[in-house]
Design a protein around this ligand. Sequence first.
Ligand code: 5GP
Ligand code: ZN
Length: 108
Amino acid sequence: MSCIFCRIVKKDIPAEIIKEDENIIAFRDINPKAPIHILIVPKKHISSLNELREEDKELIGQIFLFVKDVAKELKIDKGGYKVSINVGEGGGQEIFHLHVHLLAEKRQ
Ligand code: 5GP
Ligand code: ZN
C-alpha cells in the first residue's frame, strides 16, 4: 500500500489524530500552512474530487459535517476558518487521496 493517507488510516504510520469515526479521520498537517491546519480525510481511498462518484454522496456530506465538528472542538468555529480542497497537479494536490484542508489563524 503506497498511499500515505491510507497508511495513516491503517495506523501504519503515525499522525496527530484530532477526531475519527468509522468513515473519516482528521489529523494535523505535518507541514502546517497556518497555526491550525487539519486534514479531514475519508477512510475510503478516493484519489481526488475528480474521482467522486454518485455512491460517495453521503460520505461527502459526512465529511463537511465532520469539518464543522472539528472546527467547533478546536474552538475556531466562531473566529472563522478556511476550508479548501486541492484538485490535481494544477490545483496544488500532492497527495492523491481526497482530503479537505481546514485552516485557521487562532482560537477565539
Ligand atoms: P495537498 O497538496 O495534496 O492538497 O495536501 C497534502 C498535505 O498533506 C500537505 O499540506 C502536506 O503537508 C500534508 N502531508 C504530507 N505528508 C504528510 C504526512 O505524512 N503526515 C501528515 N500529517 N501530513 C502530511
Ligand atoms: Zn489512500
